[in-house]
Structures are given as structure tokens and as C-alpha cells.
Design a protein around this ligand. Sequence first.
Ligand code: C2E
Ligand code: CA
Ligand code: CA
Length: 404
Amino acid sequence: MHRVEIKKGQQILTSNEVGNCAYIVESGKVTISDRVTSRSSYTVGPGEIFGEYGIIEEATHYSTAVACEDSLLVVVTQAEIEEKSTLADPMLRLFLNFFMDRCHSLTVRHYGTDEQQKAFSSRRLDRENKIQRSKAEIVEQFKIKEELQSALENSEFVLHFQPIISLRGGYTAGFEALIRWEHPTRGLLSPFHFIDIAEQTNMIVPIGEWVFQEACLKSRDFDAYTARTNAPEVFISVNISAKQFAVPNMVDRFKAIAKETGVDVPRIQLEITESVLMEDAETSNRMLRELKNYGFQLVLDDFGTGYSSLSYLHQFPIDKLKIDRSFTLAMLNDQDSLEIVRAIAGLSHNMDIEIVAEGIETMEQLSLYRDLDCHYGQGYLISKPLPVEKVYDILGTRMAFGKI
Ligand code: C2E
Ligand code: CA
Ligand code: CA
């Protein structure tokens, strides 16, 4: 999405040309002369749309548009609409595709020139194939959405817990809660098989809420155990999807669950990714501050991938950041990656933000992170994610550096 400034009298689009974008008027006025509405010409102003056929693949414009005063227009491209439509709920996507197609064919039939009608018919087969594919995809998504729904109702999800140790003392400081699906026929499924589809179908919202609630309950159990055995207390880190931040009462829901479960709130860390900070920065910031004020710790996950602006660390109330696994993998052989990790570590020390190093698989990687004075480490070298009953063997243990 971008903006263009248009001078009074300038022509913006011409009838019959193939478009690839539509326009929203931000300020100013545009006169439209078109063949589709009964009006021969009319004017659109702020908040109104024109050139909408430009977002339908291979459709031509049916209007001519001329600015009748200096105007500012928001340009929305076909690709952007397509991207947003793929991210939308499958039901919404089905309806959107249906109406766009219906609208396109009716318009061509009634208002298209002979040439446009011929071109439209010649692409019929392509179009039908595409619609068929997208219908099949959408039906598949419905099926998976239903399966995820019933998995939730039938308690088929479980949490595994991956230990996170203190790189200073070696003791188990906490765990990352990672979801698994005990599928009735396919066995234990990793999130790799279902998280993306749960995001696309918005099922991540109820699933994420279940994960959070389950983590709170387990945190209470772990607390009871550590108190009984005089072991150090542990935190639990929970992954929160950007989609959950789009739910207006998410913060209240989390507070209510924390209250119901009686969890010691500061024991729970919420892992968010940069996408949360980028999408609607103002709303996210407000929600994060509310969560932080309530006592939750906030962790920025997968740091170093994506856009990774260090300014996020100033803008948002982040307690910890997780250096992405790709840096752990690269830093021993690649000087640039090492320098980035060194810079992040240095900066975080100055800003009072703690670092969690992810994906530690070798002793060399662990030693390097210790040399850089990073606070926490997580990875297969220390332990793979464990089913809950195995967690109790780990609580209160300490990793003896150098003896492995
Ligand atoms: P993530 O948040 O980056 O989680 C870390 C992933 O790295 C986990 O995979 C973990 O098993 C894996 N891992 C840990 N140590 C190592 C290592 O040393 N080497 C390698 N190669 N991998 C390591 P997992 O459990 O398959 O989770 C994958 C992703 O699924 C997570 O990535 C997270 O984005 C998502 N996910 C998992 N549970 C949840 C959840 O409850 N909610 C949401 N929204 N996403 C989740
Ligand atoms: Ca994570
Ligand atoms: Ca991560």
C-alpha cells in the first residue's frame, strides 16, 4: 500500500486498460465516468473507492477517472488484496472469491466490448481451474479447522517442556512450553504440522488460550514441587501468536485465566515475535504494557530474523530477547553473525534486557555464549523438549559445564 499525489486535472485511469490496483481517496475529489453505474459521471471523495476492477485479475477498468482537485490517493494493489485474502478466514475468502468472480463475469457480459467478452471467454478454462483449486483448498482448510476444533475438545493437545538453563550457574531456570498434538491416527505431531494452518484458520486463538491456561496450571505444579524439594523456582515461557493480539479482550482473558488458575504471574513469560510489534504497533504496545503491568514477563522471540529493529527494544517493554537459532548455527563460522550476536549481547547488557540463546547443539556454541556473558541457553545439547513427567527429573538439577 502506498500513496500518490495527483494534481487537479490529471487522469488517473482510463476505461478499457487492464488494471492492477484500486484507489482509496484520502483527500481531494475525483470524477469518475463509467459504463457500469447508471450515472454517467459522479464524484468520489475521502474514504471512497474507485478503480475496484483493478484488483480483479485480468479485469479491465470500466471507468475513466480524473482528479477534479489536488488529491491524495492510497493505492491498493492486486497482490496486496490477494495476500490479505489468503490470510483471511477461509469462509470469508470463499465468499470474497465468489463475489469477485460473479461481479467480473456479470460486468463483462453486460458492459464489456466484443473484444473484452471474447478475451474473457477464452480465459474461462484457466479461471475455472483456478476456482476449482481454491475451492478444494478452502474445503481442505474447513476440514482441518474442524479437526483442530475437535482435537481441542477431546484434549488431544499436550505441552512438552524444553529446559532453559542459566549460562552463569548452570541450573535449570525455566522451560519453554511447546505444543504437541497426540493425533488419534497419526501419532505425536510437532507444531510444524499444524501451527501454520491453525494461524490461517484463526484456531490459534482458542488453541493459544488453552496453551496459556495449561502452562499456568503446570507452573503451579512445578512451584509446589520446587517448594517441597528446596529446588530453585522456574519460569514457563509460552509462545503467543500475533493473531491472539488481534483479539480485543485478549489481555482480560489472560488476566482472568491467571486468576482462576492461581498462578504466580511473574513465573509466566510471554514469547512474542516481531510481527506482533509491527502489525498494529500502538495497540500492541498498549496490550503489552497492560500484560507487563499485571506482572507477566515479555520475551522477544526469534530475534535477528525478520526486520529486527533494535528500536523495538526501546519502544516496547521487553524483558528478554531470544537470539534466533540461525545465529547459533552460523556464528562459529561466520564473522558477521558473530559480530551481530556480540553487538546484541553488549546492547542488552546496557539496556537491562536478558538474552536467551536458542538452538545450542554443541559445547563450542555454549562456551561462546558464556564468553559473551549471555544469561540463558536452550537447545538440544542441554535437552530436547520433554513430556511433563520428565520435567520433575530436571527440576533442581545443574549442568556441569565442561564435563559433557
Ligand atoms: P520456536 O518458538 O522458535 O520454538 C523453538 C523450536 O526449536 C522448538 O520446535 C524446539 O523443539 C526447537 N529446538 C529447540 N532446541 C533446538 C536445537 O538445539 N536445535 C534445533 N534444530 N531445534 C531446536 P517445535 O517444538 O517444533 O516448535 C516449532 C515452532 O512452533 C516454535 O518455534 C513456535 O513458533 C511454534 N509453537 C510451538 N508451540 C507453540 C504454541 O503453543 N503456540 C504458538 N503460537 N506457537 C507454538
Ligand atoms: Ca518460542
Ligand atoms: Ca524461537
